[in-house]
Ligand binder design. Structure first.
Ligand code: GLU
Length: 419
C-alpha cells in the first residue's frame, strides 16, 4: 500500500510486473524503476466569480530523473487523484524512452470539472496551480504540456505566470502553447495525426486497404477529433464517435467536418443529431476495421475485449486497456492488431519535444519540417516494436513497454546508485 494505490496506479504496476518478468529484472531493482521519484500535492485557492473562495487539489508527479528533465501533461478532470497522475507519469516515462526522447515521465492535474468554471475562474486556477508549482518545475527540471481538460490557452497562462515570476519570458517552461506564444506548428494536431499515421502503418501490416475501411472513435477532444479527421483524410469512413456528452453511430458514415465544427462551437458533441444517438459502451463493440479509444483509462476491460469487432485497436488515450483485457487480446492476436498507447499517442510528446528544442534555440521550423520529423520518429518506433514482438513472440504492448523500460533500466544501471 502506497499513496498511489488505486485502480489506475495498480494497473500501471500490473503492466510493469509483466514487463519486469519478461525482461527478467531482478526483484530488488523493480521498485526503483516503478515508483515515482517525486510527488507534489498543492491546495489551490481561487476567488470564484460570486465572491466566495474555493480550494482545488492539484498534483504533479515526476517519475524518474535519469535521462533528463521530466515531461508530461496536466489534466483538469473530476477523476484526478495522486494515483491516476502517478500512473500517467509512469506511462510517460515508457513513452518517452520508446521514442528516444531525453526525458523522464511526469504528469500533473487538478481535481476539477473545468466545464463548471467560468473562463475567469479557469484562468485563476491555472495561474495559481503554476504559481504553486514554481519551486518544482523548470525548463531543465520538469516541462508541462496539455492533457485532458487543458489546452493552448491554459499553457499560455502557465507560461505567463512562470515568466512573471522570473522577470523574463520563459517559453520553454511548457509545451503545447499557442504558436503566437512560442508554440510550434503542428503540436495541436500532433497526437491525432500520429494516430492516423500509425493506423496506416498497421493497415499495411495486415493488408487492409485504408480507403473505404470503417473506424469508430471514442473521445472527441484534441486527440479524438484530429484522429477522426486524419483517418477520414486517408479515405476511411467514420461510423461512430462519442464524447462525455453524446454518442453517435451511423453505418453509412458520419460527417466528421460537421461534427468538428459542432464540437468547436458548442464545446462538445451534444445536440448534433439525436436520430443517430447510440449507447456509448455498445459503440466500442460495433463492427469496424479500426477502433480508436481516445478518451480515458480502463474503458476496455476483459468483457469488452472479448467482444471487440475491430481489426485494429489504435489506443489514442493513455491506459484505455486493462491488464485483464490484455490477456484476452493476447488470445486474439491474429484477429485484433493492437497499437499500444505509448506508441499510438506518442505524437503529442514527440512534437512537444520539438517545441522545447525550438524554444531553447529560438529557431523555429515550419509545419512540413515538424511533421516529417514526427513521422520519422514514429516510423522508427513502430518498426522497433514490430521487430521485438516478432522476435520474442510477445504482444505489441509488451514489446513497446519492454523497449521503454529497458532503456530506463540501462541508463540507471550505467549511472549507478548514488551515493
Ligand atoms: N499529455 C500528452 C500525453 O499524454 C502529451 C504530453 C506532452 O506533450 O508532454 O502524452
Amino acid at each position: 500500500m502506497t499513496i498511489y494505490t488505486g485502480p489506475v496506479f495498480d494497473m500501471a504496476r500490473a503492466q510493469f510486473q509483466v514487463i519486469a518478468d519478461y525482461l527478467e529484472i531482478a526483484q530488488d531493482e523493480r521498485d526503483r524503476l516503478l515508483y515515482p521519484k517525486r510527488a507534489v500535492a498543492v491546495s489551490c485557492p481561487i476567488h470564484r466569480d460570486d465572491g466566495t473562495t474555493a480550494v482545488f487539489q492539484g498534483y504533479r508527479v515526476q517519475h524518474h530523473l535519469t535521462l533528463g528533465p521530466t515531461k508530461g501533461g496536466t489534466r483538469f478532470a473530476p477523476s484526478v487523484d495522486i494515483g491516476e497522475v502517478a500512473a500517467l507519469a509512469v506511462w510517460m516515462s515508457w513513452k518517452c524512452a520508446l521514442t528516444g526522447l531525453p526525458y523522464g515521465g511526469a504528469k500533473g492535474g487538478i481535481t476539477v470539472d473545468p466545464h463548471a468554471l467560468s473562463r475567469h475562474e479557469l484562468e485563476n486556477l491555472s495561474r495559481r496551480y503554476m504559481q504553486e508549482m514554481i519551486p518544482f518545475v523548470g525548463p531543465h527540471t520538469d516541462v508541462m504540456a496539455p492533457d485532458m481538460g487543458t489546452n493552448e490557452q491554459v499553457m499560455a497562462w502557465f507560461m505567463d505566470t512562470y515568466s512573471m515570476y522570473q522577470g523574463r519570458t520563459v517559453t520553454e517552461i511548457v509545451t503545447g502553447k499557442p504558436v503566437s506564444n512560442g508554440g510550434t506548428e503542428g503540436r495541436r494536431e500532433a497526437t491525432g495525426r500520429g494516430v492516423g499515421f500509425l493506423t496506416e502503418r498497421a493497415c499495411e501490416r495486415i493488408g487492409l486497404e485504408t480507403a473505404g475501411a470503417t473506424a469508430i472513435v471514442q473521445g472527441f477532444g484534441n486527440v479524438g477529433s484530429v484522429a477522426a479527421q486524419s483517418l477520414a483524410e486517408r479515405g476511411m469512413k467514420i461510423v461512430g464517435v462519442s464524447d462525455h456528452t453524446a454518442c453517435y453511430y451511423d453505418p453509412r458514415g458520419l460527417d466528421i467536418a460537421a461534427l468538428t465544427r459542432h464540437a468547436a462551437t458548442h464545446g462538445a458533441l451534444r445536440g448534433f443529431a439525436n436520430e443517430i444517438a447510440f449507447d456509448p459502451r455498445e459503440l466500442l463493440m460495433q463492427p469496424c476495421d479500426v477502433l480508436v479509444p481516445a478518451a480515458t483509462e480502463r474503458v476496455i476491460d476483459a468483457a469488452v475485449a472479448a467482444k471487440l469487432r475491430c481489426r485494429i485497436l489504435a489506443e489514442g488515450a493513455n491506459g484505455p486497456t486493462t491488464p485483464d483485457a490484455d490477456l484476452v487480446l493476447d488470445q486474439r492476436r491474429g484477429e485484433v492488431f493492437v497499437i499500444p498507447d505509448i506508441l499510438c499517442n506518442a505524437g503529442g510528446v514527440v512534437v512537444s519535444y520539438f517545441e522545447w528544442v525550438q524554444d531553447l534555440q529560438q529557431f523555429f521550423w515550419d509545419e512540413a519540417e515538424v511533421m516529417s520529423k514526427l513521422y520519422h520518429v514514429l516510423q522508427k518506433a513502430f518498426a522497433q516494436v514490430m521487430a521485438r514482438a516478432e522476435r520474442d513472440g510477445v504482444s505489441h504492448r509488451t514489446a513497446a513497454m519492454a523497449i521503454g523500460v529497458q532503456k530506463v533500466q540501462d541508463a540507471k544501471q550505467t549511472r549507478g546508485l548514488f551515493p
